[in-house]
Design a protein around this ligand. Structure first.
Ligand code: ASP
Length: 454
């Protein structure tokens, strides 16, 4: 059995839903279909999830949401009309949205926001199931609540509760009789509230279901032919996709900005050893990228180069820091008290730096962190720099190949890019550089040429 997930652009309008229908009909092993909410039809378009967030925001600030609500309903109506489905489904969707809005009056903001956000995928799954049936396929919408996809109470950033897997396994039997269409992105808490994964979370739902039913492959359909070794927006000449990569490689690349696959989505599939196949809804014959447990890597071969901006670096110097037991713990505790999650922490003899995300690190938080560190740790020097970008060079076997760091740093040196941080060795399969964000694009291009063209 295959579990297939279709991203927002694959559900964007009637023509795209017709492609999903044909892809699923073409392979009898495709039994469980996970869908995102309708995404952008073109660059200027707005995703249904973003419209829902706007709609919820208006309700929360006592503004009239009806204009946005109409725009959301229209996105489904386009699919209904284009595929010649009966009008009842659109009425059902409108009523569902109105019910959610009305229920909001009694709800706390975070819960309400999640209930609204989930409406995008929930209704997409309903209309896709309807489209399948209209084409004579046996298909049914499955609600995550009924299937037992239980979530933690962290609204907007929830995680699956482990006991869900046993219940979700029962879907395998049902899927033998009919194609199951399951909405991505959300589940329910033990208290019965809707809770969503982080943005892009339909990938996580697909991965969870593939693991729960022990699928032979998790097909993740998107709008590119494959995962590319660098972001084609930064390096337009990249034409060759990656045919095969390991879970570890994908995890590191998606952490550092590869948007094709949600960062956390890999974990359920890895644990259950289900291969992931990234494929293109618009070119279903292209083999895409296979993500697997092991692959034969040529020594030193780089699979991809990722980059991500929006980090801060905190530098601390203190003479004899190496003799001060508990220094690192106390430093991290100060950050923990401010709710800052650290990403990396390279250290020297008398110095340590901590890299964390800039988001939420307001000048007030920065002021408190500075005061607290000065008071408690009494450093000789404390510096906080914003605008750090991380560049990751990823490949199995990288670590064991001499000269890779030299090759990378030489390429950056030739471009006049200075390095604020190097982190090599903590991961066997990647090298990480911290640089100024303004150099990010040039750095990625230089490294792409060094590793893929020379
Ligand atoms: N619709 C949600 C989002 O835009 C989840 C997803 O598409 O995976 O983030």
């Amino acid at each position: 059995m295959k579990v297939c997930k279709f991203g927002g652009s694959s559900v964007a309008d009637d023509a795209q839903v017709a492609k999903i229908r044909d892809i699923v009909a073409a392979d009898p092993d495709r039994r469980i279909v996970v869908v995102s909410a309708p995404g952008k039809r073109d660059k200027a378009d707005t995703k249904v999830t973003d419209l829902l967030i706007e709609c919820a925001g208006r309700c929360l600030t006592q503004r009239d949401p009806s204009e946005v609500l109409d725009a959301i309903v229209e996105r489904y109506a386009i699919i209904q009309r284009g595929l010649g489905l009966g009008p009842a489904i659109v009425e059902e969707i409108r009523a569902d949205l109105e019910r959610r809005v009305a229920a909001g009056a009694e709800m706390e903001a975070a819960r309400f926001m999640d209930a609204m956000k989930a409406a995008g995928e929930d209704n997409a799954a309903k209309i896709v199931a309807e489209a399948f049936r209209a084409a004579g396929m046996r298909a049914e919408y499955v609600s995550p609540a009924e299937a037992g996809l239980l979530m933690s109470d962290d609204f907007g950033n929830a995680q699956i509760l482990p006991e869900s897997y046993e219940r979700l396994a029962a879907l395998a039997e049902r899927a033998e009789r009919e194609v199951l269409v399951f909405p991505g992105f959300f589940g329910v808490t033990k208290g019965g509230d809707v809770a969503t994964f982080p943005r892009g979370g339909s990938d996580i739902t697909g991965s969870i279901l593939a693991a729960a039913v022990k699928a032979k492959v998790y097909e993740n359909f998107t709008d590119v032919d494959a995962v590319y070794p660098v972001d084609p927006r930064l390096v337009p000449e990249v034409s060759q996709g990656i045919p095969e990569m390991t879970y570890r490689e994908m995890r590191e690349l998606s952490y550092a900005g590869f948007g094709v696959f949600q960062d956390e989505a890999i974990i359920p599939a890895v644990k259950a050893a289900i291969p992931i196949n990234i494929r293109n809804t618009n070119r279903p014959d292209a083999p895409g990228t296979m993500i697997v447990h092991h692959r034969r890597a040529r020594q030193g071969s780089v699979v991809g180069i990722a980059s991500s901006a929006g980090f801060c670096t905190l530098y601390i110097d203190k003479y004899m820091m190496n003799r001060e037991i508990g220094f690192g713990r106390r430093l991290l505790q100060i950050l923990e008290e401010e709710g800052i999650s650290y990403e990396h922490m390279p250290s020297g003899i008398d110095n340590v730096s901590v890299v964390f995300r800039e988001e939420g690190f307001t000048p007030e938080v920065e002021g408190r962190v500075r005061d607290h560190i000065m008071r408690e740790l009494r450093p000789d020097n404390l510096q906080i720099e914003r605008g750090t970008a991380l560049i990751m060079i990823v490949g199995e076997g990288l670590y064991y190949t001499p000269g890779m760091a030299a090759h990378a740093t030489l390429a950056l040196f030739r471009e006049g890019i200075s390095l604020d941080m190097i982190n090599q060795g903590s991961s066997e399969i990647s090298m990480m550089f911290g640089i100024q964000s303004s150099h990010r694009e040039a750095a990625v291009r230089a490294l792409y040429h060094a590793f893929f063209k020379e």
